[in-house]
Design a protein around this ligand. Structure first.
Ligand code: ZN
Length: 490
């Protein structure tokens, strides 16, 4: 075997172990018995240290020196393995272990603090997580920018400065649109009845099929917080049901199907290699968002969903497809990010981005965080934060040391805006298909232009190749202005 072949064979086993670890995580959130939690933490920790040792094995360094890849994909594999090898080596094993242990405990404390609305309970653990994260950032950054070093785990190559520029470009038009919509005379009704769980799950499965999710290589289960898991030939998604809010189920499903289809549609030549996964969290979120919002919440597709909901649940109090379309896109200032409409969503992310930059830079201390959150929230949303659970304690991310992750949600929306504009240009009569739940023209386009490449191209290059234009905020803002201007008559 050549050094390249040895490297790839070794990497394949590492990737396989990584997939197993992911599946343990899936199991934990879906079917694991509650009494197994402590044993599971030990199982995860054991696998984590096996992976850490494999990823820092000195043989990788030797193979990397000698490897001569034959083509561009091979070069990219080597580049990705090299990048990961260097990053893993920079973080001392003891620090890595301390982070794993502390976040595992912090997660439990966060859940309890959220349930009891007690930020003071969480503050000491969050301080520990933050201190370790800053230590890790310093080790990775080697004198450079701390936030860049952390964000690179989720969006390779992105910088704090680029993210800041993105939010600066979005903010004025988002705020202006929000003010127009909130001041509109038009009122959009809410659903005022309940919907059976069986009906929701049956229609949710139909939606997953309509968007091309392959259940030969996947399955749909229930989870408290919907997520997707796995790559290649085993890609699973979850959804949830709420009696009075079937949209939560339907749009969670479509969102996770977007993530799932991205993984399922990657070229199988990349199976169990670094190219066999979505290239970044931003690109991943662009897929879930375009499935959910630009396609799933379009006027055309929602007219079909209106019909199917009527078939499934009978008359549910919404008189016509046009009202139903407005209901699926209803705007309201609310405390909770995961329930936010398209107009408000990125303002939630901007708030988190600014606060976590301040935390990482040492400009903001954990005890002062709730006050900073509440003040910013009130000025951006015109609402007071009533409880920590509706404010600073609502998201799991910081307890898991996911600093640098939040902005990838907005980056995903920006990329989705770019892809949607290009899709509409290339498939002008898309709405005719969507109105009968045929998404294939859109999902084929996304598979061809984005999904099949896996990790082959850098995120920004991938979007530029797909659309013919460098990514920018304009298409998302134009789409939002047009859609919500129309729905709210503003
Ligand atoms: Zn997502």
């Amino acid at each position: 075997m050549t050094a390249f072949e040895e490297l790839m064979a070794y990497q394949r086993e590492t990737e396989a172990l990584g997939q197993i670890m992911g599946r343990l995580g899936w199991d934990q959130e879906t079917v694991m018995p509650a009494g197994a939690a402590e044993q599971r933490a030990e199982e995860m920790a054991a696998l984590d240290s096996v992976l850490h040792r494999r990823r820092t094995d000195p043989r990788i360094g030797e193979w990397l020196e000698q490897a001569v890849p034959e083509d561009d994909a091979g070069k990219r594999q080597v580049e990705k393995i090299h990048r990961r090898f260097e990053r893993t080596q920079r973080v001392p094993e003891a620090l890595s272990a301390a982070l794993a242990r502390t976040t595992s405990l912090a997660h439990r404390v966060w859940a309890e603090a959220r349930a009891t609305n007690d930020f003071a309970l969480f503050a000491p653990k969050l301080t520990e997580v933050l201190d370790l994260s800053r230590e890790k950032a310093a080790a990775l950054a080697d004198g450079g920018n701390l936030y860049d070093a952390l964000a690179d785990d989720y969006e390779p190559g992105i910088t704090e400065g680029e993210l800041e520029a993105m939010f600066n470009a979005l903010r004025p038009r988002l705020v202006a649109l929000r003010e127009r919509v909130m001041g509109s005379e038009r009122t959009v009704p809410t659903l005022g009845t309940t919907f059976s769980e069986d009906g929701q799950l049956a229609l949710s499965a139909e939606l997953a099929r309509a968007f091309g999710y392959n259940t030969e290589h996947g399955r749909i289960d229930k989870a408290v917080h919907p997520f997707s898991s796995g790559s290649g030939l085993d890609v699973r998604i979850t959804t949830r049901t709420m009696p009075d809010d079937p949209f939560n189920c339907f749009y969670s499903t479509i969102h996770e199907v977007g993530h799932g289809c991205y993984e399922q549609n990657i070229d199988t030549a990349y199976l169990l290699t670094p190219l066999g996964r979505g290239v970044s969290m931003g690109v991943h979120e662009s897929q879930s968002r375009i499935y959910e919002n630009q396609l799933g919440r379009s006027r055309a597709f929602s007219s079909w969903l209106f019909q199917r909901m009527t078939d499934t649940f009978g008359d549910f109090g919404i008189g016509d497809a046009e009202t139903f379309y407005a209901v699926t896109n209803r705007c309201a200032a609310g405390h909770i990010r995961t329930e936010a409409d398209e107009v408000h969503y990125n303002l939630h992310i901007a708030l988190r981005f600014d606060l976590e930059r301040d935390l990482i830079a040492g400009r903001l201390e954990v005890p002062d965080l709730p006050e900073a959150w509440n003040a910013r929230f009130e000025s951006d949303f015109g609402l007071k934060v009533d409880t920590p659970a509706n404010g600073v304690l609502q998201d799991v991310h910081w307890s898991e040391a996911l600093f640098g992750y939040f902005p990838t949600y907005t980056l995903g929306n920006v990329y989705a805006g770019c892809l949607h504009a290009a899709l509409r240009r290339d498939v002008p009569d898309l709405d005719r298909d969507l109105a009968r739940s045929d998404t294939s023209a859109a999902t084929d386009w996304l598979r061809e232009k984005v999904q099949r490449f896996g990790g082959l191209y850098e995120p920004k290059d991938l979007i530029e190749r797909a659309t013919g234009l460098a990514p920018s905020e304009g298409p998302l803002l134009d789409y939002l202005d047009a859609k919500f201007g129309d729905i709210y008559g503003v």
